[in-house]
Design a protein around this ligand. Sequence first.
Ligand SMILES: Nc1ncnc2c1ncn2[C@@H]1O[C@H](COP(=O)(O)OP(=O)(O)OP(=O)(O)O)[C@@H](O)[C@H]1O
Ligand code: SF4
Ligand SMILES: [Mg+2]
Length: 423
Amino acid sequence: MSSPEDTIGPSTTETAEAGPIKSNQVSEGDAAHAAASAEATSAEATEPAEEAAGDVLVRVEDLKVHFPIKRGILLDRTVGYVYAVDGVSLNIQRGTTYGLVGESGCGKSTLGRGLLRLVEPTGGEIFFDGIPVRHLKGEQLRRLRRRMQMVFQDPLSSLDPRQTVESILVEGLKAHNLARDSAQVGRKLRETLDAVGLPTGALRRYPHEFSGGQRQRIGIARCLVLEPDLIIADEPVSALDVSIQAQVLNLLEELQRERGLTYLVIAHDLAVVRHISDIVGVMYLGGLVEEAPSDQLYAEPLHPYTKALMSAVPVPDPVVEDQRERILLVGDLPSPANPPAGCRFHTRCPWRQETRCHEERPALRELSPGHRVACHWAEDIATGRISPHEVAAELVPAHETLAGPSVTQETAEIAGTLRPGGD
Ligand SMILES: Nc1ncnc2c1ncn2[C@@H]1O[C@H](COP(=O)(O)OP(=O)(O)OP(=O)(O)O)[C@@H](O)[C@H]1O
Ligand code: SF4
Ligand SMILES: [Mg+2]
């Protein structure tokens, strides 16, 4: 595993190391409560179901997360919904990485949070190792969350500045009743730090004493110490210097090989997702528009939106770079509170056709093995029968901005030290 650093400091070693992000965080009172109650709770519902899964660890069927838009001071009226995730179906194979890309606001993080039920889905089903996640409550849900951990973009805000690294790691162990005797805990902490390339001395230090990359490693350690099956990494490297990004991604890959981990990696950077993913899914306005094995998607994107995204990625070869065509999309992403009818991409699509694109939402169809596309005209676009045309920008309503939950609240829920909402 990566070699530990001798020096720990805010920035001096940053370029010499790597470390991902993640988070779980806890309050002592909640942790004590969780430790006491975990013993008494049946584990049955969080064990794999008989018929489970095969190689599929996560199965998502028609998942919807709609946030109500409230108005009024005295009467809290619901005046509409933000359709953040609106009918997503996907599978994540055990031991593989599923990369999720798309523009800001398209629903990537909400999908990740919905899988963990950090936000409550409005509809659809989630199966984790064959277990129907949406039907779990209280302690059963909290126990399952040990197996599904999350790495966040900003490690500083997801790590409690008042806790030492040791306390951060032990808290998760306590919350899940995994800290039985101190020798075992000590061994586990040393092992985990070693796995993420941090020295044992890091245990006595506080998050602010580390560089950004090192803090990411602490975040990953907080996941690993709970021995999860799935890690959802939401923009795990976007807050890091480019030189450190590759090291963090390599660390994630190394941990996957060693521990058989399954990842859902969310990123807006196509290069990041390509590097690490087996399968890539492209989201647009709450829906999945294309999904394929990584190499295939990058070699032959079939959905107009994916084509546009790919065409914006620079090519290292200057000759190819000069010759290649870019597809410039007009207009902003429409508001998820008022998504366009028909194909959601039709307001910006250079290939759109009268009138089907305006009226009928395309289903995600398999065009070749493992390659699914949500476009009525994908075959015709691929063969060139339909050519792109100029698209006039359409005015779209401004984004509805509603406050989401704080990262620290979420990390505490994942760590298992907050009671799941609504139970
Ligand atoms: N808790 C919430 N309450 C209300 N609306 C929310 C909440 N969380 C997210 N949204 C809205 O849902 C939509 C999707 O947000 P989300 O954060 O999932 O997008 P994203 O693809 O992760 O974007 P980014 O790349 O910027 O992180 C946005 O319009 C956002 O404002
Ligand atoms: S269905 Fe129509 S609007 Fe949507 S991506 Fe295909 S061609 Fe474009
Ligand atoms: Mg996000």
